[in-house]
Design a protein around this ligand. Structure first.
Ligand code: T46
Length: 138
């Protein structure tokens, strides 16, 4: 599985750091939604779904967390702990977010508006969806 992490340019000076992310330059899709999660308790795991269409970039703005990516064949755990790094998560990818530090703020840049119909929230359905994409019988 190819892990795509973007390193954003920091514009630092005596006043601190500033990072700008722009559609088409830093992010490969038009950003239509931004959401973020924080205050995630110890031992909590979120996610447990894939998306049919949605593409996203995950940025841990503060603190740290881990992202499990699963393409139905391979799994990878990606730690996120820097505001200058963004993890690309494409469609048809199962994801779980866990190991949030108490101060973690995970910001997500998304290619689409919120649409519950785009979610695959059952792992067996996810595998069947992948098989269907490859034209295999399920
Ligand atoms: C994803 C991972 C990384 C909305 O009303 N609008 C939104 O844009 C979002 C993202 C969520 N919601 C509502 C739906 C649920 O009632 O917020 C509640 C929590 O959402 P969910 O349980 O889907 O959250 P996570 O952390 O499991 O997953 C989220 C995203 O939903 C998902 O697209 O890829 O973060």
């Amino acid at each position: 599985m190819e892990i795509i992490k973007y390193r954003f340019t920091e514009h630092g000076d005596g006043r601190g750091q500033l990072i700008a992310v722009e559609t088409g330059k830093d992010i490969p899709f038009p950003i239509h939604r931004v959401y973020y999660m924080y205050g995630v308790g110890e031992g909590i795991r979120r996610g447990f779904h894939a998306h049919k269409k949605l593409e996203q970039v995950l940025i841990c703005m503060h603190g740290s967390c881990k992202i499990l990516l699963d393409d139905g064949k391979d799994k990878a755990v990606v730690p996120l702990d820097s505001p200058n790094e963004g993890l690309y998560v494409g469609n048809a990818m199962w994801r779980e977010m866990f190991d949030f530090s108490p101060d973690a703020v995970l910001v997500v840049l998304a290619s689409e508006l919120y649409d519950e119909a785009d979610y695959i929230r059952n792992y067996d359905e996810f595998l069947a969806y992948l098989a269907g994409q490859k034209g295999e019988s399920v």
